[in-house]
Write a protein that binds this ligand. Structure first.
Ligand SMILES: [Zn+2]
Length: 269
């Protein structure tokens, strides 16, 4: 069994809002099967040695810290998800930044943060707010010397350009942008984390092909991005990313896991 597996981006304590999910939403049925303790146990059994759990707002940030105290395998990244951030006033955002600063010893990264032009229709004011929040989070990361875990959807160019003016280590989670732009990101030193749904996604295969092994990490985005239809994702599934990366890079699977593990150590510890 492969050892030293790492999940660098997950939401193991994700709370589905059952009232908001439509009856025909496939997550409606699956949501009831989601059990944090069970997936953590399963991760440990399958040799996952660290899971970076990401907060997305003040409530999930607090929960993230609580969970990492309870389970040593859980490492916290605290942040502000681009769309969640629109719900809070500037004062509330600044208060959260203070909260994160106060907890800097208990976290290993700032995340999940970024830009999203896809999820909702934004007016100019909202777009500016999203950008301002992102910049504030990057400044925070820079001031407390932590890496960042980035979400970007339909905003990859913007995000990569913004990151180029910061001297921080950045992990791009579930990158969906153009390959040419990925090349620019690689030159900038950005790290890509590869989810298990690479098994059914050629774009991720191409991304792995062009990215040096020392700029790759594995993630799951649990409970999303499952490699299996009709199942929720969980950290133990990072093995699918390892197998695929090993195949593409023509490396032994354990060797690949060890290399990804040392990338994790270099970036976050
Ligand atoms: Zn996420």
């Amino acid at each position: 069994m492969i050892k030293n597996l790492i999940d660098c981006h997950a939401h193991v304590d994700f709370k589905f809002d059952l009232n908001k999910l439509k009856d025909d939403d496939p997550f409606k049925k699956l949501a009831k099967t989601f059990n944090t303790k069970k997936i953590i146990d399963n991760a440990i059994k399958n040799n996952v040695v660290a899971i970076i759990n990401n907060g997305t707002n003040p409530e999930t940030n607090k929960n993230c810290l609580k969970l990492s105290k309870e389970f040593p395998i859980i490492k916290s990244a605290l942040g502000m998800y681009p769309t969640d951030g629109l719900e809070f006033s500037e004062t509330e955002i600044d208060k959260e930044i203070e909260f994160i600063k106060k907890n800097k010893k208990n976290i290993i990264a700032i995340g999940e943060i970024g830009l999203d032009n896809y999820l909702i229709d934004m007016n100019k004011k909202q777009k500016k707010k999203m950008n301002d929040n992102f910049l504030k989070m990057l400044e925070l990361a820079s001031s407390i010397k932590k890496p960042v875990i980035i979400h970007s959807r339909k905003a990859e160019k913007e995000v990569i350009d913004i990151l180029s003016s910061f001297d921080i280590k950045a992990q791009m989670h579930c990158y969906g942008g153009k390959l040419k732009l990925a090349k620019q990101a690689i030159e900038q030193g950005i790290i890509f984390s590869i989810p298990p749904n690479i098994v059914k996604n050629q774009a991720f295969e191409k991304l792995v092909e062009i990215t040096p092994i020392n700029q790759l990490l594995t993630e799951t985005d649990t409970p999303f991005l499952s490699p299996h239809k009709d199942k929720l994702n969980e950290p133990s599934n990072v093995i699918y990313s390892i197998k695929k990366i090993a195949e593409i890079k023509d490396l032994d699977e354990q060797e690949t896991a060890n290399l990804i593990f040392s990338n994790y150590q270099n970036i976050f510890l």
